[in-house]
Ligand binder design. Sequence first.
Ligand code: NAD
Length: 532
Amino acid sequence: MAEVLIPTRLSPEGVAILNDTPGITVDFRPGLKGAELLEAIAGVDAVIIRSDSTIDAAVIAAAKRLKLIGRAGVGVENVDLTAATARGIAVLNTPAANSIAVAELTMAMMLALTRKLVPADRSTKEGRWEKSAYAGHELLGKTLGLVGFGRIGHEVAKRATAFGMTVIAYDPFITEAAADAARIKLSPLPELLQTADVVSLHLPLNDKTRGLLGAAQLGSMKPSAFLINASRGGIVEEQALRDALVAGKLGGCGLDVFETEPPTDHWFAGMDNVIVTPHLGASTAESQTKVAIEIAETVRDALTSGIFRNAVNLPLHDASDLPRLLPYVHLAEQLGLLLRGLEDGPCSSLTLELGAQTVGEAKLVVAAALKGFLALETDSQVTLVNALQIADERHIRVPVIDQASQASLNAFISLEGSFGATKRTVSGVVDNNTMPRVRQIDEFTIDIAPTGRVLIFTNRDRPGVIGAVGAFLGQANINIASWVQGRRQPGGTALGIVTVDDPVPDPVLRELSKLPNMGRITEVNWGDSAKA
Ligand code: NAD
């Protein structure tokens, strides 16, 4: 018999699913906290929480039998993930349950903006009858440009297509096959901005997407176009947006998210062509029911059939082998990060070659490689447990080639990514079963520990290149910690890897690439130390 504690007001539909499952008993005690929670959790196999419960290290220490923590919702900041992972407790969440709610809010904003609903409503309530002032536009035949084509982007596309819109999307990590399956066309961002009548953002906020839409990008949009952001504040530069609206360079916008929440500067007050909502994307009654049902089903399946969906940490089936595997897990993750840094187009397959040390645990190593590779692509926390599932959703195949019979490849891991017609390969080994080393990038043989922040570039092998790069970085006040050079023959193409102490600003990278004999430059941040 598996016991599930629910110390929160989970919707009854979710509780019923567990109550109706033979082999599961439910202890439904909303509001349970403190000493009572510590006592109740001691004997259960799973606990289901919402944002109002905290599962910290003390609760985990008291939970002697706990195997699963189910979070009805997305954020797991109220769970001590490190403590849970160390105990081999899987933490599961419901990342997809909010998608429809956000997609519908996006459609609501699109319709309200094109039909001027908010100002028309106010004017009519104030006793006016201004039919001509509030004439609007139809969505039929208009072009919707989606920036980010993940779960929510897909749902918006379906709904917009039903309204007769043409849907195009910019998502550098989505393959043509995935776009064809959704019956939309992929487009580069500049063209999307120039052609779309409505631009809607559905991508994560990270170092690459912060400020993605600034003055230049907003200025390239049609003056009649509408912009909708129900993703994350900060992807659009709010000051630039305000300026574009004031200057009449945009038709209007809908914002559910802000650089600062709640916003401190209410610059949008009084702007009739701007709709603002207080981060309401996921706030529907249905989505609360959906998260309850989804988490109940996820916990039920994990308890009854060992299927861990949407785990945000690592379920340790054979915890005893993990310490031995950790350096390989770390190498695979760093190789994934490196490969994604080298090539930023859509990837259709990632082929791993694994030696005898890891091939028996291929899934874990593949997941580690994907964790590094996908880290910058999605807001979902990509972990060793959910990486394979995310790759599958993104149509990335992950074949494994077994090299166990090759004694010389015992500690070897290689990743080959297919990016359209281009193939890129990175590989490495774990020296003495403890020290990960990167040994190859494409045709170049190198030897470097995958730590720190590195600039990787190709250059023509001519006298003076190393000196010129060193002098340029010195002038930009960027300290070089180490330098590794690889080449096939003198005078041909060479590969340089420079470890730097600080992030290199984009303008500096652009100027650096203009030096004579330099090829493409990539910055990869491998971080400080090994992590599982
Ligand atoms: P998802 O991970 O399924 O999809 C995100 C997509 O963005 C991916 O397909 C990814 O390839 C793409 N992407 C990553 N970097 C990109 C870039 N530089 N340019 C273009 N595309 C890029 O996520 P989702 O569930 O669809 O959520 C999308 C956004 O909505 C996230 O930011 C999420 O935090 C936000 N969200 C908001 C609310 C709300 O209440 N307003 C609720 C839920 C989610």
